[in-house]
Design a protein around this ligand. Structure first.
Ligand code: ACO
Length: 328
């Protein structure tokens, strides 16, 4: 196992947190719940019906896993709380009850009400359906306006980043971030790089232009975001706008932006929008055979994480360990 993942798992065990897995109707999630419990990475609450779960996965050992069947318990306390939280947005009590029939809303309410420390979902829900309840109910951490996401990329090619480890963002949430949102993404990603990857962040704000080599409003947005990051955190090592090769290849950085302290050795890559971020991480994962851990959500008031629908059992286990770590 990768050294970083080993460290994350060891720290997660020590944290001893309770994580909700709302998709108890998905075989990968059920299998992952068994592994997480066996390895003591977290205490698991699996949402679903015990008989159904056994039908999907007859050989699974459910010892130590708390199973909550949200369709057969009294949900009035949760419904009242959800109604209180969302009535100003026009939600009625009946609508709150209806929403709580959805496992994702129910799971997020368990986190909101302190019955769990975090949630991992998205194995069979779109990113939107997974994140919307969190955005509406758990909301952002104090001082943060934008929830975003990052991937920790573990690349076989060790010469880039920190021995092949890089943080990519935002690859899953904000479709067209403006300069302020892009700055928020960079600041949160620097924090994630420290907290999860255990590294000192060197943040590159990516573009198709390096230091004014091309003039376009897309590059101007990246320049503005870089300035906002510097203003918000003057001690953070950040530079932009940089092309990808200027950001990670020392010889290119030497040619194009010699003075930069980040260029050529960046370990946190901030993409200008979701199209480039999402395509970028998948290219590196597939063509460079990198391990992509995430997406890891950043900026929520309590940790909620979204899986890709193509996730493996191992992905569910790894993201749960990260969520436990974020809950510390
Ligand atoms: N940060 C903080 N709050 C937010 C954010 C954000 N990034 N986005 C929305 N919100 C808040 C809104 O302010 C609103 O709050 P309120 O209801 O209390 O006023 C609430 O969340 C809902 O806002 P909507 O605009 O209705 O949210 P919407 O559902 O339209 O969008 C979403 C949010 C789902 C995350 C959207 O940005 C999205 O679809 N992103 C793309 C997801 C995607 O398809 N990713 C690619 C695949 S992922 C992968 O491949 C790994």
């Amino acid at each position: 196992m990768n050294k970083l993942l080993e460290q994350i798992k060891s720290d997660a065990k020590k944290a001893n947190k309770t994580i909700v897995l709302p998709e108890g109707n998905d075989e990968r999630v059920i299998r992952a719940a068994e592994i997480i419990t066996k390895e003591k990475l977290a205490k698991v609450i699996l949402i679903g019906n015990a008989e159904e779960i056994k039908k999907i996965c007859p050989s699974v050992n459910l010892d130590g896993i708390k199973i909550v069947d949200h369709k057969s318990i009294d949900i009035s306390t949760y419904a009242n709380k959800l109604y209180e939280l969302r009535k100003d947005k026009g939600m009625t009590l009946d609508e709150a009850k209806e929403l709580l029939k959805k496992e994702m809303y129910f799971g997020v309410m368990l986190v909101k009400m302190g019955e769990a420390d975090g949630l991992v979902g998205g194995a069979c829900h779109s990113t939107g359906d997974m994140l919307r309840p969190g955005l509406q109910i758990v909301k952002t951490a104090p001082g943060i306006k934008t929830v975003s996401s990052c991937f920790i990329m573990i690349c076989p090619e060790k010469k880039y980043g920190d021995e092949g480890v890089l943080v990519f963002a935002d690859c899953a949430v904000n479709v067209m971030p403006d300069a302020q949102q892009l700055a928020d993404i960079a600041l949160s990603s620097a924090e994630s790089a420290k907290a999860i990857a255990g590294t000192t962040p060197r943040v590159a704000m990516l573009s198709f232009s390096t230091k004014g080599s091309a003039k376009h409003e897309c590059a101007s947005k990246v320049i503005e975001a870089t300035e906002l990051v510097k203003k918000a955190n003057p001690t953070l090592q950040v530079d932009g706008e940089l092309q990808l090769d200027s950001a990670i290849v020392p010889s290119v950085a030497q040619l194009k932006c010699k003075e930069s302290k980040v260029a050529g050795k960046a370990n946190v890559l901030i993409f200008p929008d979701l199209q480039s971020g999402n395509i970028g991480y998948k290219l590196v994962e597939r063509l460079a055979n990198a391990e992509a851990i995430g997406p890891i959500c950043q900026g929520f008031n309590k940790p909620l994480n979204d899986l890709s629908r193509g996730c493996s059992i191992e992905d569910v286990v790894n993201v749960t360990a990260i969520t436990a770590l974020q809950a510390k």
